[in-house]
Write a protein that binds this ligand. Structure first.
Ligand SMILES: [Zn+2]
Length: 279
């Protein structure tokens, strides 16, 4: 699902400006939030969807996130910087600004507007130079999707929602998808059969971890064939990727990985450790 910050802002504005009653608008906003949360989800989409209807479930092993766990990064610190910056704007004369200026200030980019408002004096000036403009847009989009930031007026100026406080205090961890917008050559090279290269399955692994991941998948394919089961029933990709990343050396360490229950540990634990050590 590909969409940008402008889409989110436009959808919200269409609801805000529609002539419908407040009750209806509240429902529409709730639906939009749920849709955006689903789009940004880094875990099983089916679990999310059923959760939306109040039903508990286990990862399905079949949705795009289960089959190809998205690369994620911990955006908690970035989100806190962004929210503090909006807070500082507000504190500094009650001014509100849009996404472009906010990102310029975070990245320490001197513009006419920065000079005009003296924003180089803000404590949040240039605190986010480590992220690109595109990365900041992704952080902001997800904060808007999650309802911590909202936009106002015709200039889409940014304001903090009450829930932003919990993020600022560090009470909420934000796991963000690595933006896939910039299509890099070879990242998800499609071959003639329509299958993606397996390296796209766990793009956040380093080279050695990727090797371990491939070995684990080959081992899983054998086990699945032996038992006549679909591979994901043995272990899901996300679990194998985590094993490859953490490289446990004992059954205890292996047991600490999410998705490795006691039955699977007993059935496959030693085999997995052997595969990991051999690769
Ligand atoms: Zn799933």
């Amino acid at each position: 699902m590909t969409y940008g910050l402008a889409d989110v802002v436009n959808q919200r504005r269409m609801i805000d400006e529609s002539p419908a009653g407040e009750d209806f608008k509240t429902i529409q906003r709730g639906k939009l939030d749920a849709l955006l949360a689903l789009a940004e989800a880094t875990d099983c989409r089916r679990v999310r969807l059923l959760g939306y209807f109040g039903e508990d479930s286990k990862p399905c092993g079949n949705c795009d996130n289960c089959l190809h766990p998205p690369a994620t990064w911990d955006g908690t610190e970035a989100a806190r910087k962004l929210l503090s910056c909006i807070y500082r704007f507000h504190q500094n004369g009650g001014q509100r600004f849009g996404a472009g200026h906010l990102i310029d200030v975070l990245r320490g980019k001197v513009t006419d507007k920065v000079t005009q408002y003296g924003h180089q004096q803000l404590s949040t000036w240039a605190i986010g130079a480590e992220l690109s403009e595109q990365q900041w847009r992704a952080v902001l989009r997800q904060l808007i999707s999650l309802g911590h930031v909202f936009t106002e007026g015709e200039y889409h100026t940014l304001a903090l929602a009450d829930t932003a406080r919990s993020v600022l205090k560090g009470e909420v961890q934000l796991l963000l998808r690595v933006p896939s917008a910039a299509p890099k050559k070879g990242r998800t090279t499609r071959v003639a059969s329509g299958k993606t290269r397996s390296t796209a399955d766990a793009p956040d692994l380093d080279f050695e971890a990727q090797q371990r991941f491939e070995s684990l998948k080959a081992w899983r394919a054998e086990v699945a064939k032996e038992h006549g089961l679909p591979a994901y029933v043995i272990f899901q990709n996300v679990t194998l990727a985590e094993m490859a990343r953490q490289h446990p050396h004992s059954l205890d360490e292996l047991a600490g990985i999410s998705g490795v229950g006691s039955k699977k540990l007993e059935a496959y634990g030693r085999e997995i450790l052997r595969v990991l050590d051999a690769s």
